[in-house]
Design a protein around this ligand. Structure first.
Ligand SMILES: Cc1cc2nc3c(=O)[nH]c(=O)nc-3n(C[C@H](O)[C@H](O)[C@H](O)COP(=O)(O)O)c2cc1C
Length: 139
């Protein structure tokens, strides 16, 4: 079972989470979509593969009320795991995701991939989410 843990303010990252879960299921694995406020450290600890989603917020940052503290809690648990990061952005160029990828890579994960979408994910972005999900399953 692959957890897909996300925060979304206006639904764009949530749509990506749904597409990622669909890609995981297409690959024959189970996906568990969890809004970050309902997620636990135990779910992360027991997963070999995991997807985290958060849009660009603040000034190229993770959402500070829920996602930032959750990542602070679970970062030390990610060593050796296979991780997919995803999220939506709007006016910038995806810098928040580069920073987030560096942060997670620094936890000595064994695999990392990222997928970003500008605003509401269009059909190409949905397809990219599914493709990255299948790659996570095969990693
Ligand atoms: C408070 C706030 C801060 C934001 N900061 C950024 C930012 O730094 N860079 C960016 O490209 N988009 C930024 N955005 C735009 C969101 O990332 C974008 O609207 C995204 O699609 C929201 O995803 P969601 O529907 O999952 O909440 C910000 C939006 C809000 C509301």
């Amino acid at each position: 079972m692959i957890p897909v843990i996300y925060w979304s303010g206006t639904g764009n990252t949530e749509a990506m989470a749904n597409a990622i879960a669909e890609g995981i299921r297409d690959a024959g694995e189970e996906a568990n979509i969890i809004e970050v406020d309902s997620a636990t450290q135990e779910v992360v600890e027991s997963a070999e593969k995991i997807a985290f989603g958060c849009p660009a917020m603040g000034a190229e940052e993770l959402e500070e009320g829920s996602m930032r503290p959750f990542m602070d809690d679970v970062n030390p648990l990610l060593k050796g795991k296979k991780v997919l990061l995803f999220g939506s952005y709007d006016w910038a160029d995806g810098e928040w995701m580069e920073t987030w990828e560096d942060e997670v890579r620094g936890q000595s994960v064994s695999y990392i991939d990222t997928v970003i979408a500008k605003g509401e994910p269009d059909s190409d972005a949905v397809e990219e989410c599914k493709k990255s999900a299948r790659a996570l399953c095969e990693a």
